[in-house]
Structures are given as structure tokens and as C-alpha cells.
Design a protein around this ligand. Structure first.
Ligand SMILES: C[S@@+](CC[C@H](N)C(=O)[O-])C[C@H]1O[C@@H](n2cnc3c(N)ncnc32)[C@H](O)[C@@H]1O
Length: 275
């Protein structure tokens, strides 16, 4: 069990989809098709693929031919991968790999043209990103390969109406975001800037764009689940008083239909300088 249920991934998918930066998504697809034979098979390796949300984003946002794309979905959760196969196995070239992705050098990246991920990199450590940069750089010695990383949480959350505890809760939440999520100490909100720095330093051309969740009463189920998730994550933080936190949760739930919530993310595309 990883704690990422099909229900939770389904609940967030509409917000994720409309938040992804379409320009970067199109740029990624265009780059994949450029300078290659029309008939060539293009391998996309999706890390922490879940039920296939990045595959769906590519399929719906990008009008070009999907037939040449061969998807390799990597995740440690067999139930999520089975769901991905049941949803897309008949319509897409798709292979799933049930494995722990923490050791980059053991992953099936040898044929990758593009590595993708969404809502993953805030969970990983700086060491993981360093290894990913090295693996991609070495892959590029055979064939150019890029990285498309969507929906990296950036540490900002803004609510309306405001509450006096908002900042303290956000600070506690961001502290929790930096705890070990299975990859060593997590980058959390630093993931986007760290990737930008490391891929640029390694000679990749890096493009990044904001991709915030902008939520209102139409997203009430997601907003309520987010409030619960934040409440759970910060419940043991010594800087927060338990009864004040309870009051914050009640206030937030009382306004989830009429208020708004913006959660900051960034999308990133790193392309080798060779193409
Ligand atoms: C927030 S979910 C995102 C799923 C999907 N990319 C999406 O956007 O809907 C994070 C995913 O990473 C996977 N994951 C987390 N740690 C992992 C690990 N060490 N090895 C493989 N998969 C992992 C989880 O199982 C989950 O599917």
C-alpha cells in the first residue's frame, strides 16, 4: 500500500488536468515527434504512473498521432497499474512495471525518449533528482531523451475567506512535505527549483510554468478531502494547538462550498541541448 487510492487519484484528476500547463505539454509532444522518422516508436516512461493520468493528459491535450507512442508505466502499486491497464490496455500501446522506482539505475530507461511524471517529484529526495539527471544524461549519449514533470507542489496555498491559522497550518504542512516519503528526506516545495537548477547545470534546456489548482465550490469534494489531508498531515506538529487546529478544520469545511483555494504547482520540461 502506498496511500494513493484510485478514489483519491480520480478525485484530483479533473483539477490536475485543467491545471497542467498546456503549452509545456504540447512542447513535450512536439519535441518527441521532431527530428524522428514518422513511423518510429516513441517510448515514454512514466514514473509513479498511478492509473495513467499523464497518458490521459497527453491523449486528450495533444491532437497529433498517438499510435506511435509506447507507454511504460512504472509504479509500486499493483492495483493502480491494473486499473491503468483496464482503462487503456485496449486503446494504447502500454506496458506496466510493478516496481519501486527509488533506484533510478535499476529502471527500464534504456529505450526512453521521454521520461514523465506527475504529482511525484515533491515526494522525492535531492539524491533521487541527482541520479535522474545522471541517468538521463547518460541516456542522451545514445539518443536524446527529455523529462516532462507536471504538478510539483510549490509550497503555497491560499484560501478565501482567510483564517488567522492559515499561515501556521501551511508552515506545518510544508514541514511535513519534507519528511521521508520513501526516497529519503523529501524535497517537498523545493522540488521544482531544485530540478530546474540541476537539469540546467547538466546542460538541459529547462522550461517551467505555473500550474496551480484553482478550486471553488464546484470542487467541494476535493477541497474537503484536501482539508482532511492537511489536517492529518499537521496533527502531530508541536507548533499547532490541537483545539485551534480543530477550529481551523471546521472553519475551512464550513466555507468549502462558498470559498476558494489555490494550491501552487509548477510543471517542468527539460530537453537535451542536442535537439
Ligand atoms: C500522487 S500519486 C500520482 C500518480 C499519478 N502520476 C497521477 O498524477 O495521478 C504518486 C504515485 O507515485 C507512486 N509511488 C510513490 N512512491 C513510489 C516508489 N517508491 N516506487 C514506485 N512508485 C511510487 C504511488 O504509488 C502513486 O501512484
Amino acid at each position: 500500500m502506498t496511500g494513493f487510492s484510485i478514489d483519491w487519484l480520480d478525485l484530483r484528476e479533473a483539477a490536475d488536468r485543467r491545471s497542467r500547463n498546456d503549452k509545456l505539454l504540447h512542447q513535450a509532444r512536439h519535441w518527441l515527434g521532431s527530428d524522428r522518422e514518422q513511423t518510429a516508436e516513441l517510448n515514454i516512461v512514466d514514473l509513479g504512473a498511478g492509473t495513467g493520468s499523464t497518458l490521459r493528459a497527453f491523449s486528450t491535450a495533444v491532437e497529433s498521432d498517438q499510435k506511435s507512442l509506447s507507454w511504460h508505466l512504472l509504479d509500486q502499486d499493483a492495483a493502480l497499474l491494473a486499473e491503468a491497464t483496464s482503462r487503456h490496455g485496449a486503446s494504447h500501446r502500454l506496458q506496466t512495471y510493478e516496481l519501486d522506482i527509488t533506484n533510478i539505475f535499476a529502471l527500464p530507461l534504456e529505450d526512453a525518449d521521454l521520461i514523465t511524471a506527475s504529482a511525484l517529484f515533491d515526494l522525492v529526495s535531492a539524491d533521487f533528482i541527482d541520479a535522474l539527471v545522471t541517468a538521463l544524461r547518460s541516456r542522451c549519449q545514445q539518443k536524446p531523451a527529455g523529462l516532462y514533470a507536471a504538478l510539483n507542489y510549490d509550497g503555497t496555498t491560499r484560501w478565501t475567506p482567510t483564517h488567522t491559522l492559515d499561515q501556521a497550518v501551511l508552515d506545518a504542512f510544508n514541514r511535513d512535505q519534507r519528511n521521508n516519503k520513501g526516497f529519503g528526506l523529501a524535497l517537498g516545495p523545493d522540488a521544482g527549483p531544485y530540478m530546474e537548477l540541476m537539469f540546467s547545470r547538466s546542460g538541459f534546456r529547462v522550461f517551467s510554468a505555473n500550474s496551480p489548482w484553482v478550486l471553488d465550490g464546484a470542487d467541494i469534494k476535493l477541497v474537503d478531502a484536501l482539508i482532511d489531508g492537511i489536517g492529518d498531515a499537521v496533527s502531530k506538529d508541536p507548533a499547532l494547538d490541537a483545539s485551534e487546529l480543530k477550529g481551523w478544520i471546521l472553519f475551512r469545511k464550513a466555507h468549502s462550498l462558498t470559498g476558494t483555494c489555490e494550491v501552487g504547482h509548477t510543471d517542468l520540461l527539460a530537453l537535451p541541448d542536442t535537439v
